[in-house]
Design a protein around this ligand. Structure first.
Ligand code: BES
Ligand code: MN
Ligand code: ZN
Length: 495
């Protein structure tokens, strides 16, 4: 599937399905108006008849309008002008995409115009169209024995004014890079725990490095981690037959010596809870506990495809969390790479245990910023549901850079307080700290735990427990979320 820019007048465009917008109350957007004029009032007659009112994401498919080259025209409702938010724009594109997929055409064209999203320009509209469309076409069928029906769609054109051609081209290119990153991230997330092990993730990193000359990969084995004193990370893999891996992905798009931006991903390829075993219902979804890692993969793939001019280091803390005779037990005390000791009161709070050592490790890169991404707490789902990613940071400038990036990329986060007042919930009678802080403010106390390992640099934590995948039901699966936010954050750092 490819995206193209077209500057041909809408009524002359040869396509199997041309998408144009209708505002609330039947108002014709500029492209629809041009079609209406060429077609001798064909569209306005249909609106007058009441077949479409222009409510948001409403659709009406028309065949062969006289005077127009397109085989079909898809009218899509844009809603009221003041309600055309980013989220609404995505819903409109999704609605159009569903119709286009259902009629199985091999090409289609969009002319929604800048009025389809308020306060957004041609770059944003083109990019978001590509991201949304690609995401809608995403399938995960590699583990089904029969291939699903192939996607017939080969090309989607975006119609723009001539003076917007370059901006739209950039939007398409960056949208495709981010969409490809999301697709990689979703694939890794959707793969089951028996395929996607820490070793598999390490191989995927090598693969990424093989695809991009600018990426180098180093994989630390358990013996290396032991030598570094990573007693906390290794306490999580202790019960597993799969060896833990610390995967370092180095993207050197910037000048040598420029401080890198570091992304640290939680890569628990399956979280049983360990000896503090989880209950059985929906435990299969704990294969998604490596989605933080997957978002690091997806983001690095996206920035490599965009060729961003900066240095980025991705670090993946990969392990399984399993019960066994060798597993860590509640009450066990371990020593982290930082020298601080941790009383493990609950082996199911394992994400912070692998992240803390990875966060100590990345200090050696003299980072410009460190962002960790993790499916860390069920409490984050209680607080924010599946709409917003939780954000906590030791630096308000960094927090606001990430919030702004998420807003622009339609992959939003919401900040929670990281006040010192919460730290006492981690007090332990027997070690420097406990690994859990009780039921209240579970997302915050998890971040408090991490903050004890990130004092040397600007750091933010993204809790994607609610946003990384859709639970249960028909659309169960990984979302690729945080790839758009992180990609945007890095795009903004190059400006
Ligand atoms: N991976 C889970 C968090 C999680 C749970 C994400 C459900 C998405 C859905 C994490 O390792 C975990 O088990 N956290 C515990 C922490 C608790 C023991 C302090 C949790 O949230 O229950
Ligand atoms: Mn857990
Ligand atoms: Zn977990």
């Amino acid at each position: 599937m490819e995206f193209h820019i077209s500057t041909i007048p809408t009524q002359q465009l040869e396509t199997e399905c041309l998408v144009v917008g209708i505002g609330d109350g039947g108002e014709l957007c500029p492209a629809a108006k041009a079609l209406d004029e060429a077609g001798g009032g064909y569209i306005s007659a249909i609106i007058k008849a009441g077949d479409i009112t222009g409510k948001k994401a409403e659709t009406l498919l028309l065949q062969a309008i006289p005077g127009i080259e397109a085989k079909r025209t898809l009218l899509v409702g844009l809603g009221k002008a003041e309600e055309r938010t980013d989220v609404q724009f995505v819903k409109i594109v999704q609605a159009a995409q569903k119709v286009i997929s259902a009629i199985q055409c091999s090409n289609a064209a969009f002319n929604l115009g800048e009025s389809a999203a308020k306060d957004r320009d041609c770059y944003w509209i083109s990019r978001m169209l590509v991201e949304t469309f690609s995401n809608g076409l995403y399938r995960f069928d590699q583990l089904k024995s029969k291939d699903s029906d192939p996607i017939k769609l080969e090309m989607v054109s975006l119609c723009v004014q001539e003076e917007d051609e370059d901006t739209a081209c950039l939007g398409i290119a960056e949208g495709a890079a981010i969409a490809n990153g999301m697709s990689l991230s979703r694939d890794l997330g959707n793969l089951p725990g028996n395929v996607c092990t820490p070793t598999y993730l390490a191989e995927q990193a090598q693969q990424l490095s093989a695809e991009h000359e600018i990426i180098e990969v180093e994989v630390l084995e358990e013996a290396d981690m032991k030598a570094l004193g990573m007693g906390s990370l290794l306490s999580v893999s202790a019960g597993s037959d799969q060896p833990a891996k610390l995967i370092v992905i180095n993207y050197q798009g910037g000048t040598k010596g420029d401080q890198p931006h570091v992304l640290v991903g939680k890569g628990i390829t399956f979280d049983t809870g360990g000896i503090s075993l989880k209950s059985g219902d929906a435990m299969d979804e704990m294969k998604f506990d490596m989605c933080g890692a997957a978002s690091v993969f997806g983001t690095i793939s996206a920035i490599a495809e965009m060729g961003l001019d900066l240095n980025v280091v991705g670090v993946i803390a990969a392990s399984e969390n399993m019960p066994s005779g060798r597993a860590t037990k509640p009450g066990d005390i371990v020593t982290t790479m930082s020298g601080q000791t941790v009383e493990i009161l609950n082996t199911d709070a394992e994400g912070r245990l692998v992240l803390c050592d990875a966060l100590s490790y990345v200090d050696r890169f003299n980072p410009a910023s460190v962002v960790d991404i993790a499916t860390l707490t069920g409490a984050c789902i209680v607080a924010l549901g599946n709409k917003a990613t939780g954000l906590l940071s030791n630096n308000d400038d960094l927090a606001s850079e990430l919030l702004t990036a998420g807003q622009y990329a339609n992959d939003r986060a919401w900040q929670l307080p990281l006040w010192d007042d919460y730290q006492e919930q981690l007090d332990s009678n027997f070690a420097d700290m406990a690994n859990i802080g009780g039921r209240p403010a579970g997302t915050i106390t998890a971040a408090c735990f991490l903050s004890r390992f990130t004092k040397e640099y600007r750091w933010a934590h993204l809790d994607i427990a609610g946003t990384a995948w859709n639970s249960g039901g028909k659309d169960k699966g990984s979302t690729g979320r945080c790839v758009p936010l992180l990609s945007q954050y890095l795009i903004d750092r190059t400006a």
